[in-house]
Write a protein that binds this ligand. Structure first.
Ligand code: AGP
Length: 607
């Protein structure tokens, strides 16, 4: 997703903007640009396709006059191809702006502007917005912003420079994220705190339909009536280092290794005196008493965590759970009501589909519980209740530690429901909580599988197709392993319930199509072995990921990953580490950009 940075202060803006854009690269982008407010009512814009480093080189070459106020942007293309013309910032008349989001009615606005002979140069919705602001500009930025925003439909976070208001940045948002900090050197704004944490840990989220006016003397938060509003301050609990690689080759590898810590900080504060306790989260026990069914809605990896939650809750609590992709939930007229507990899972808390699903659930009267990693994010703020995961910033596009802590949150919720509804004996609950508490150590052990995964990854690194197979609680991990591989190695991979393969997809199996078989679901081991033999008979190479004793089946695996033993309810955590390392090393073998895979964004804040 697009990245936004803005600065006004006593230091040179250029380096602050470029450094900020570097920290926002993880959000995914394909072009970048900055605009610098110069005193003579002039705004200088420099932009380029490609990486932030290319923008930095261009800025060095052009050596713009020193400026103390400017905006910067990394563009993840939604409207129009990857071209310099389409890159932000976009200018029209006195207005220069950058934008994260999608203007849904930009075509209608373009037609209105065409009637007064105003035509865009680019293919973007953003330039249409710049033209609208410029067309409406009456010399008063606040009035203009209010008038323009009343005409805009869709998601936006704008940072706007008005040439006749030098050294001032005006920011406004609707759905798309904007956070702001200030310190003795000035005022800063960005899409997320990764770009600002080094300037201050104290920040606020720009409220929707308010204007944050940045000057070198600080930030004024104004409502559309022009009244100053006091921002709700938040404090980031992590530091700048957390958002850096700290010696790892890639953020993804660092974040895989951070899982013991992130599980510890997510699980342990919620277990007090041997019981699961959500008092600090202000989640009442009554929330878990009064529902008749659960719906989990999310996207991508977060949805795969939801699939684990479904298997777990239905297996342990015998309560029906359905899992809906948020993009389907929001348009699918879901069967939910005031007796439904809707859980929204999102690392960023800004995923547009998941946020829209939340809004629908609330409209239908369902109680909403969010599982979110980014504190103060939209989904966190707008849900009835939120159980934060404490993984710290996840920079790599491929989600790893956020996935395992999302699962941990679901295990905590499962344990809480069991306790509140007396669905497990005290002994069973104690064992469940013991297993949950031991996860950080178990994952520490699983991390020792890294060299083996690095070695076996060569099995997949040349293939163009593969399957991940699993049954029961292993199947959601087959989905997650397949997604990981797809998104960072670009190998076409499919996850299938193993029993389904013979009903068609086995036609795709050849000696060129390796299979990753996940085998920890005890009761179906013999069936999994049969399924593996079926594909092996057709020439496929088999990588088995298991915590079972496979000595009785020496003919089955071409490569074997032996997971540390856990209660079989908890194998999703050890399997996660294996498939994360597997996809990481396959991507590395293929010489790809592990942290910023093509076409992908870290947080999909558009539909
Ligand atoms: C995971 O590896 C992907 N980057 C992607 O599927 C991600 O999980 C999905 O976009 C949901 O993001 P969220 O958790 O921030 O809502």
């Amino acid at each position: 997703m697009c990245g936004i940075i803005g600065y006004c202060g006593s230091n040179h803006a250029t380096d602050i903007l470029l450094d900020g854009l570097s920290k926002l690269e993880y959000r995914g982008y394909d072009s970048a640009g900055i605009a610098l407010s110069q005193n003579e009512q002039r705004i200088e814009t420099i932009k380029t396709t490609g990486k932030v480093q290319e923008l930095r080189n261009k800025v060095m070459a052009l050596a713009p006059k020193n400026s103390y106020c400017g905006i910067g942007h990394t563009r993840w293309a939604t409207h129009g191809g990857v071209t310099e013309t389409n890159a932000h910032p976009h200018s029209n008349g006195s207005v220069t702006l950058i934008h994260n989001g999608i203007i849904e009615n930009y075509s209608e606005i373009a037609l209105e502007l065409a009637k007064v002979n105003k035509f865009p140069k680019s293919q973007t919705d953003t330039e249409i917005a710049a033209m609208l602001f410029s067309h409406l500009y009456n010399g008063n930025p606040l009035e203009t912003i209010e008038t323009a925003c009343a005409k805009l439909e869709g998601a936006y976070a704008f940072c706007i420079l008005f040439a006749d208001h030098p050294n001032e940045i005006y920011c406004v948002r609707n759905a798309s994220p904007l956070v702001a900090v200030e310190n003795e050197f000035g005022s800063y704004i960005a899409s997320d705190m990764t770009a600002l944490i080094e300037y201050s840990k104290d920040y606020f989220i720009v409220p929707e339909h308010h204007v944050a006016k940045l000057t070198k003397n600080g930030i004024k938060l104004l409502n559309f009536a022009g009244n100053e509003v006091k921002p709700t301050m938040l404090h980031a609990s992590w530091d700048a280092d957390s958002a850096q690689k700290n010696g790892y080759a890639h953020f993804m590898l660092k974040e895989i290794h951070e899982q013991p810590d992130s599980l510890l900080t997510t699980i342990m504060p919620r277990i007090k005196n041997g019981v699961i306790n959500f008092e600090e989260e202000q989640i009442p026990d009554s929330l878990f008493m009064n529902f008749s069914n659960i719906v989990i809605t999310a996207c991508g990896t977060a949805m795969n965590a939801g699939l684990v939650g479904k298997s777990l809750i239905e297996k342990v609590l015998r309560i029906p759970v359905s899992v809906e992709p948020a993009s389907e939930f929001r348009y699918g007229d879901p069967i939910i009501d005031d007796k439904t507990l809707v859980m929204i899972i999102s690392q960023s808390g800004e995923t547009a589909d998941s946020l829209a699903a939340l809004h629908l659930a609330k409209e239908r009267g369902s109680k909403t519980l969010a599982i979110v990693n980014v504190k103060g994010s939209s989904i966190a703020r707008e849900s009835d209740y939120v159980l934060y995961t404490h993984a710290g910033p996840e920079i790599a596009v491929a989600s790893t530690k956020a996935f395992t802590v999302q699962m941990a949150a679901l295990y905590l919720i499962c344990g809480k429901i069991a306790s509140v509804r007396n669905l497990l004996s005290q002994e069973q609950l104690h064992t469940f909580i013991e297993e949950l508490s031991s996860l950080p150590k178990v994952i520490e052990t699983a991390l020792q599988l890294e060299p083996t995964l690095k070695e076996v990854s060569s099995m997949l690194s040349e293939t163009s197709d593969c399957f991940f197979l699993g049954r029961g609680l292993d199947y959601p991990l087959a989905c997650e392993g397949s997604l990981k591989l797809k998104e960072i190695s670009y190998i076409h991979s499919e996850a299938y319930v193993a029993g389904e393969l013979k009903h068609g997809p086995i036609a795709l199996i050849t000696d060129q199509v390796p299979v990753v078989a996940i085998v920890t679901n005890t009761i179906t081991v013999p069936k999994m072995i049969s399924n593996i033999r079926e594909v092996k008979a057709r020439g496929s190479k088999i990588l088995v990921i298991t915590d079972q004793d496979m000595s009785a089946y020496p003919d089955v695996a071409d490569a074997l990953i032996e997971l540390p033993k856990t209660d079989e309810l908890f194998t999703p955590f050890t399997i996660s580490v294996a498939v994360q390392f597997l996809s990481y090393y396959v991507s590395l073998h293929r010489g790809l950009d592990v942290d910023q895979p093509r076409n992908l964004a870290k947080s999909v804040t558009v539909e």
